[in-house]
Design a protein around this ligand. Structure first.
Ligand code: NDP
Ligand code: HSE
Length: 429
């Protein structure tokens, strides 16, 4: 049987993982693909680096763009990363040359995915990107194919393994943020620039992709509301435990009365919800289809093996000539939906203040909340430290975010409030 010939650009955690997996599961993959899947050419920056995989006999290209013009390459697999630069140039060149394009690059898809889909349609080739969202979880296939008959009203999930690993380890071992981030980098979970992980950008890239598929919409990445986990402290994690929540970085895309809302932020999730106990590098995605009902997927969200598994699944589909439109429908059928700003959304909130322990502080704080129509569900202050800093936690009833923001601006300006208030949204029970 004629093999499917692939060229791989990028031989880091994922690229080397793909080479390893293709060798280890050669017969199984040939059986599932109906023919062998064979690496013929490769490219990375440093030709001399030992990558722990056998690369003998493969054509090395100093410039990854040469893969697009190599007659021995039918499918270009881009595992470099980055929304622009070489990765984008390679996508465009491969598609223009009539080659299928497989990638794990969520930044590229989130920012340029619609234009690339248009080009792929014009050139009658496929773009496959299962590995771009939630590592080893086949969520693209689930959403684009398994739930194709549904209107999807909500997608919510833990979409960044690095952040989930950090939050879990901080909670379980009481270790410092920076120390745990270094572990996640050593394990190959983090992006080349780890601020993409901890500032929520990577999760937002993945959310934009899921939202595009779920709602059949062109998503403007610049319109997403993005908050990361830098400001989550050990004290917030401890208060969350006390109140019966776990702090998770969630990506949430949902239909609203006026359009759709797209946001990534730390969230207090009630411990009894399945997503609250998804820990470590695991990701989870909850999809709400109108006929299917809720579908919950959980698995490893980053790392060599899970990500390579997703890349190779795409290659097997291509070998079998299984083609699905990039966004689940032709690009011209996608809609431009209005984005509802977070200020218009309502939720319960966890607010932590650091205040001077002195008479009248709480009266000033609650007066501001009253003036903005905000009702409290509970309040915690432990111990006493007259004249010194103490943490106070306030939990609100459902409130419009615009009102909370306005109240917090007033509270932050009180002389007894020592730091900017910490604000975390609470998922309903
Ligand atoms: P790495 O940083 O480990 O590897 C990147 C590779 O790209 C390296 O081999 C590097 O070469 C090569 N490279 C960089 N610039 C160029 C260039 N200009 N031309 C050719 N090659 C280049 O990244 P990962 O493997 O972790 O990630 C790759 C992609 O997969 C990214 O899009 C990432 O977001 C995505 N991804 C990663 C996951 C993970 O768990 N790591 C999970 C899911 C997706 P050299 O080795 O010579 O320096
Ligand atoms: N840096 C990403 C994460 C890799 O930690 O989830 C998987 O996309």
């Amino acid at each position: 049987m004629k093999p499917l010939k692939i060229g791989i650009a990028g031989l880091g955690t994922v690229g080397a993982g793909v080479v390893k997996l293709l060798a280890a599961q050669k017969e199984l993959i040939a059986a599932r693909a109906g023919r062998p899947v064979m690496v013929t050419a490769i490219s990375a920056r440093d030709k001399s680096r030992d990558r722990g995989v056998k690369l003998d006999g493969l054509t090395w290209h100093d410039d990854a763009l040469a893969l697009a013009h190599d007659p021995e390459v039918e499918v270009v697999v881009e595992l470099i990363g980055g929304s622009d630069g070489k990765a984008k140039a390679l996508a465009e060149a491969a598609i223009a040359a009539g080659k299928h394009f497989v990638t794990a690059n969520k930044a590229l898809l989130a920012v340029h995915g619609v234009a690339l889909a248009r080009a792929a349609e014009a050139n009658n080739v496929t773009i496959a990107y299962e590995a771009a969202v939630a590592g080893g979880i086949p969520v693209i296939k689930a959403l684009r194919e398994g739930l194709a008959a549904n209107k999807v009203s909500r997608v919510a999930g833990i979409l960044n393994g690095t952040c989930n690993y950090i939050l879990t380890t901080m909670r379980e071992d009481g270790r410092d943020f920076a120390d745990v981030l270094a572990d996640a980098q050593a394990l190959g979970y983090a992006e080349a620039d780890p601020s993409f992980d901890i500032d929520g950008v990577d999760a937002a890239h993945k959310l934009a992709i899921l939202a595009g598929l779920a709602f059949g919409a062109r998503i403007d990445f610049a319109k997403l509301h993005i908050e990361g986990i830098r400001r989550i402290s050990a004290i917030d994690i401890a208060f969350a435990e006390e109140l019966g929540y776990r702090i998770k970085l969630l990506g949430i895309a949902e239909q609203t009365e006026a359009g759709i809302s797209l946001r990534v932020h730390p969230t207090m999730v009630p411990v009894e919800k399945p997503i609250a106990i998804v820990d470590g590098v695991f990701n989870a995605v909850l999809l709400e289809g109108d006929f299917s009902g809720p579908v919950f997927l959980r698995g490893r969200g980053a790392g060599e093996g899970p990500t390579a598994s997703a890349v190779v699944a795409d290659l097997i589909d291509i070998a079998r000539n299984i083609r699905v439109p990039v966004w689940g429908m032709e690009e011209s059928a996608l809609e431009d939906l209005p984005i509802t700003p977070t200020s218009e959304l309502a939720s319960a909130y966890f607010v932590r203040l650091s205040v001077v322990d002195e008479p009248g502080v709480l009266a000033d704080v609650t007066a501001i909340l009253r003036d903005h129509g905000i009702s409290l569900e509970s309040m915690i202050q432990h111990g006493r430290a007259p004249g010194e800093a103490v943490p106070i936690v306030l939990v609100t009833h459902d409130t419009k975010e615009a009102a909370v923001n306005a109240a917090l601006a007033g509270i932050a300006a009180l002389p007894a409030v020592l730091e900017p208030p910490a604000l975390i949204r609470i998922e309903p029970k």
